[in-house]
Ligand binder design. Structure first.
Ligand SMILES: *Cc1c(COP(=O)(O)O)cnc(C)c1O
Length: 388
C-alpha cells in the first residue's frame, strides 16, 4: 500500500517520502540500486506480449521509476524520463518535437549549450531557429509563424536573470498550435511548477540542486498528458537512459533539497542585498530584489529563489573581472552550480543576439552553504582587487 503523500503537505514532508515505497522492498527506507540490462520473462508468451512491467534496462528499472515518480509528484507531470546529463534533457525533447521544415523560437538568454545545439544540429536537420528577447511576454505572438512548433523558455535567464512572462508566452504559443518547453533548472519544482503555468514540457539539470554535491550529472524531462507519449517514444528510440548509481544519487539528493534550497535562498538574498550597497557594484541581477525589473513577475509566479545570481561591476573590463576572480579564496572558479560550495565565473555575453548594455563585467555567483560572513569577506577582497 503506497503511503498517502499529497501536494497539500509541506514540501519537506513530501520530499522525505515521495518516489519509492519502502514496503515494496522489505521495508528498507531507500530503494535498491538496480544494475540491469537483461530482465527475465517467465515464458515465451509473456516475452512476445511484453506485458511485463520491466522489459529491458534501458526502458526503466525500480530505481529510475522511484526518481521519475518523485519528479512527477513535484512537477505535476504525466511522465518523466531520467537522462545522463542536463544537456540531454534539453536536446532530447527538442529532437522529439521538431522535424525538418519546423520553426523553433528560443529565448536569447538561453543556457549557451542549448543555443549551440540549435545552431548546429537543429539547423543541420532542417529546423529554422530564431531567438527572441527574454522579456518579450505576449509580444511573442508576432514572431510565431505557421510552422512554429516549439517555443523554448528559460526563466530567469541564464547568467543575466531576466524574468519571462511564462503564462503570457504559453497562451500565445498555444493559440498558434505550438508547444512550450521550459528549462526550469534555476527554480527547481519547489519554487516554480511550469505545468501549472501553461508549460507543456519541464526540463531540469538535476546535476544542480537535486544532485546538490557537484558529483553527479543527470537530467530530467517531465511532460503533461498530451506530450508524454511522444517524449517517452523518443527516449526509448534514442536509448539515452541514465546510469542507476547516478539516478540513486539524485533521489538521495532530493530528500534534503528543501532544506538546502532554503539556506541557499536566504544566504544569496542576504549577499545580493549587501552587494547593492557596496562600492564598485553597478547593479545586482537577482529577481528576488525589489530593484530587479522582473521582480513583480517573480513574485507573481515563483515561490522562492535559489542561490545563483549575477553582479555587474561598476566599469572596467576583462582585467577587472579577472582581478576580482583571482582575489577570491572561498569561491571556486568553475562552471555548473547547485552544489554545497560557492562558485564564481565571468559571464560571456558575446553569443547574445539581443544586445543589452551592462556598466561593466557581469560576474555570476553561486552562493553555497558556507557561512555568509565568510563569503562577504571573500567578495570584499574581490571588489577591492577589481577597484585597484
Ligand atoms: C547546467 C545546466 C544545464 C546542463 O546540465 P548538465 O548536467 O551540466 O549537462 C542545462 N540547463 C541549465 C539552465 C543549466 O544551468
Amino acid at each position: 500500500m503506497a503511503r498517502r503523500i499529497d501536494s497539500k503537505m509541506g514540501t519537506n514532508t513530501q520530499l522525505a517520502h515521495i518516489g519509492n515505497d519502502p514496503r515494496e522492498f522489505y521495508g528498507f527506507v531507500n530503494p535498491p540500486v538496480v544494475h540491469a540490462s537483461t530482465v527475465l520473462y517467465p515464458d515465451a508468451a509473456t516475452m512476445v506480449s511484453r506485458k511485463q512491467k520491466y522489459t529491458y534496462g534501458t526502458r526503466g528499472t525500480p530505481t529510475s521509476d522511484a526518481l521519475c515518480d518523485a519528479i512527477d509528484h513535484l512537477e505535476g507531470s504525466a511522465g518523466t524520463v531520467a537522462l545522463p546529463s542536463g544537456l540531454v534533457a534539453v536536446t532530447l525533447p527538442l529532437l522529439a518535437f521538431l522535424s525538418a521544415g519546423d520553426h523553433v523560437l528560443i529565448t536569447d538568454s538561453v543556457y549557451h549549450p542549448t543555443r549551440n545545439f540549435a545552431d548546429t544540429m537543429l539547423k543541420r536537420l532542417g529546423v529554422e531557429v530564431d531567438y527572441y528577447d527574454p522579456e518579450i511576454g505576449a509580444g511573442i505572438a508576432a514572431l510565431i509563424k505557421p510552422n512554429t512548433k516549439v517555443v523554448f523558455t528559460e526563466s530567469p535567464a541564464s547568467n543575466t536573470f531576466e524574468m519571462q512572462d511564462i503564462p503570457a508566452i504559453a497562451k500565445a504559443a498555444h493559440a498558434a498550435g505550438a508547444i512550450v518547453m521550459m528549462d526550469n533548472t534555476w527554480a527547481t519544482p519547489l519554487y516554480f511548477r511550469p505545468l501549472d503555468h501553461g508549460v507543456d514540457i519541464s526540463i531540469h539539470a538535476a546535476t544542480k540542486y537535486p544532485g546538490g554535491h557537484s558529483d553527479v550529472l543527470l537530467g530530467t524531462v517531465s511532460a503533461n498528458e498530451a506530450c508524454w507519449p511522444q517524449l517517452r517514444e523518443t527516449f526509448t528510440t534514442m536509448g539515452v537512459c541514465a546510469g542507476p548509481d547516478d539516478v540513486y544519487q539524485v533521489l538521495r539528493g532530493l530528500r534534503t533539497m528543501g532544506v538546502r534550497l532554503a539556506h541557499h535562498q536566504k544566504s544569496a538574498l542576504d549577499i545580493a542585498r549587501w552587494l547593492e550597497t557596496q562600492k564598485g557594484v553597478a547593479r545586482v541581477l537577482h529577481p528576488g530584489l525589489e530593484s530587479h525589473p522582473g521582480h513583480t513577475l517573480w513574485k507573481r509566479d515563483f515561490s522562492g529563489a535559489s542561490g545563483i545570481f549575477s553582479v555587474v561591476l561598476d566599469g572596467g573590463g576583462e582585467k577587472e573581472a579577472h582581478a576580482f576572480l583571482d582575489a577570491l579564496d572561498i569561491f571556486g572558479l568553475g562552471y555548473s552550480w547547485g552544489g554545497y560550495e560557492s562558485l564564481a565565473v565571468n559571464v560571456f555575453l558575446g553569443d547574445r543576439t539581443v544586445k543589452k548594455a551592462y556598466e561593466g563585467p557581469v560576474i555570476r555567483l553561486q552562493i553555497g552553504l558556507e557561512d555568509v560572513d565568510d563569503l562577504k569577506a571573500d567578495i570584499s577582497r574581490g571588489l577591492k582587487a577589481a577597484r585597484n
